[in-house]
Design a protein around this ligand. Structure first.
Ligand code: LR7
Ligand code: MN
Length: 584
């Protein structure tokens, strides 16, 4: 272990101040200090003559030494060591302009990140159960892990904080190496200065600079191709791992090579860099858009997991960035789809594939890693953002989703006009591995999915009187849908009557609403995930064309631009409906 050395405060008192906050000993050192023994005279030397110190530590050319010094001024000699214990920082008033300007560099507060120690302490966030249960503390007899981090134009401080935290908080004997893949960044500091910096770490860190922008999927494949460890562990380039994060992940994978294990992903604020813990009972799902989504873990899974809170949750999908997998298993089940570009889609693809082809996915509550969540993507998408994302999602849908791919295309009609490219190899893979069907996945692994395993219709719901279609109008939970001219391209007019009688658009269900009165408008409500909500149940009479609301016995009625529940009347044309794709 290395000792933290803060050039701006060398007194014992300062160390104590930090320690009395209830955190563990400060556990790390800036690379600069790795080579600099802990002597006050040395600290002074570094502080007074940073240029000299840098040259001594990094035997590089003058220009690189100069670049490094500038970079390290921001991190070691800059505004000081803030953010200890996971606290955040506020950028001073006089730096607001620069803060806003530099926010665009990475879509997070780079100035705040520079104010925070790249070696900051973090509390031990694990639950009592995790800190006492052998199964998540084991370090003996485990295989080694290769950590793979790909990045494109990552900020200096977040990237280094990622590396320092991994090195400081992982048992050395479990780390085979760290592999960094630079996905053709165009920032100078990520070349020579980074090359020099990583050589100082006490763990082998390999850095490859790709010649072309490959996207994170192919960049990860480059990384995994070099890995020597038995286990691969992927991380984003702006994370911080916490105490005891590695052992439980490795333990689960070592016990069963077909397990793919993710940590709990905590939140590092994109504004203050405060470390905010996430719920222990959140799992991964997805919606009709094929976006990854977080949802509450249903009772069913909590019961299966049992009372021991140090045991993992099985999850339908993983977020994609942070997970451990047995290297051989990774290749056995088809690594990644190389036809995917830049960003997106690969997380659901690997999730469906792992479950359908005989593996399992879990989230280990004893492993916690913070990630800087951003509201927007900071980089370019060569070819166009929507096009790339649709392309990747369409590949996932085409290969893995069978007849259920229709939900995606109904919800995202634009995806139909995007070339998914050749997927024969991936389909062959599915064949060779004899993977199960998507229906099996929905029924057995993710019955709570917004995408119903059993459905009777999919598409427009047309009112025969007005010839208009029920439209969410982009409204949310608690608001009313409307009637709009039918445009025939799905989206807000895409509905599914499910086997249970829900009429849903993604995770919103048509409902009689909180209080029902004759003639009141239908509402959109979050569909229930396990036990069906009686307010959400409808019965469609195909021969008549009526849609009867089960609880009230009233009929869905199209009036002008509104959809209401009204007294059922024989022959009332405004109560007759056509459900696209209806099959009983
Ligand atoms: O062209 C690129 N080349 C890259 O090397 C684009 C990105 N990247 C790198 C990038 O620098 C970063 O290190 O790839 C990594 C992931 O990109 P992010 O951080 O922009 O992605 P994200 O955190 O917004 O998105 C999540 O979904 C992605 C879908 O492709 C990936 O799977 C990310 O790894 C994943 N991140 C997580 O799972 C962390 C938790 C976030 C959530 C939910
Ligand atoms: Mn990320």
């Amino acid at each position: 272990l290395f000792y933290y050395l803060d050039p701006s405060s060398t007194s014992q008192q300062d160390d104590n101040r930090i320690l009395t906050r209830g955190q563990r000993r400060i556990d790390g050192a800036d690379a600069l200090h790795l080579a600099a023994p802990r002597h006050e005279s040395n600290v002074d030397a570094i502080r007074n003559k940073p240029e000299k110190a840098v040259e001594q530590v990094f035997p590089v050319d003058k220009e690189t030494a100069n670049q490094l010094r500038k970079l390290m001024e921001t991190q070691a000699f800059g505004p000081g060591y803030h953010g200890q214990g996971g606290t955040g920082v506020t950028v001073p008033e006089d730096k607001k302009d620069i803060k806003e300007k530099r926010f665009l560099e990475n879509q997070f507060n780079v100035v705040a990140s520079e104010m925070i120690s790249i070696n900051r302490t973090l509390p031990d966030y694990r639950s009592e159960a995790c800190r006492t249960t052998g199964n998540s503390l084991k370090t003996e007899g485990l295989p080694t892990t290769s950590i793979i981090i790909v990045f494109h134009n990552e900020a200096w401080t977040t990237l280094l904080r990622t590396l320092h935290s991994v090195i400081n908080r992982s048992p050395r004997h479990l780390l085979e190496e760290i592999i960094l893949v630079d996905d053709k960044s165009d920032r100078d500091y990520l070349v020579k200065p980074l090359d020099a910096y990583i050589k100082k770490f006490p763990v082998p860190v390999h850095l490859v600079h790709l010649e072309d922008r490959s996207g994170l999927i192919r960049a990860r494949l480059t990384g995994s191709g070099m890995a020597k460890g038995k286990i691969l562990l992927f991380l984003d380039a702006h994370v911080e791992v916490t105490d005891g994060w590695l052992e439980p992940l490795v333990t689960r994978v070592a016990e069963d090579r077909k397990r793919v294990v993710a940590p709990i992903i905590d939140v590092i604020s994109d504004d203050t860099f405060e470390y905010v813990t996430a719920s222990e009972t959140t799992w991964g799902g997805f919606n009709w858009h094929l976006n990854f989504r977080w949802y509450a873990v249903p009772k069913r899974e909590l019961n299966r997991r049992g009372a021991d809170r140090s045991m993992p949750i099985q999850t339908p999908t993983i977020a994609g960035g942070l997970f451990a997998i047995d290297k051989q298993f990774f290749y056995d089940i088809g690594s990644y789809d190389e036809g995917m570009q830049v960003w997106g889609g690969e997380n659901l693809e690997i999730s469906f594939r792992v479950w359908m082809c005989g593996g399992s996915l879990e989230i280990h509550p004893c492993s916690r890693v913070g990630h800087v969540f951003r509201k927007q993507t900071p980089y370019t998408f060569p070819g166009g953002t929507a096009k790339v994302i649709h392309h990747n999602a369409a590949r996932t849908a085409e290969v893995w989703m069978d007849e259920y791919k229709a939900f995606f295309y109904k919800m995202v009609p634009a995806a139909r006009n995007v070339e998914a490219g050749d997927v024969t190899e991936r389909k062959k893979l599915r064949e060779t591995l004899q993977c199960k069907s998507f229906k099996w996945y929905l029924e057995n692994i993710y019955p709570e999915a917004p995408l119903p395993a059993d459905f009777k219709s999919l598409g427009a719901i047309v009112n025969r009187f007005t010839e208009k279609c029920i439209d969410t109008n982009g409204k949310k939970d608690g608001q009313s849908p409307g009637l709009q001219g039918c445009h025939g391209s799905g989206g807000n007019q895409a509905w599914s009557l499910t086997g249970k009688g829900e009429i849903r658009s993604d995770d919103l269900c048509l409902s009689s609403g909180h209080v029902y009165q004759i003639g009141s408008e239908l509402k959109l409500e979050r569909c229930s995930v396990s036990k069906i909500n009686i307010k959400h149940v409808f019965e469609f009479d195909e021969t008549v064309g009526s849609l009867v609301h089960k609880k009230t016995g009233k009929c869905v009625t199209g009036a002008d631009q509104r959809v209401t529940l009204d007294e059922c009347g024989v022959g009332r044309k405004d109560q007759l409906w056509q459900l696209e794709g209806y099959q009983n």
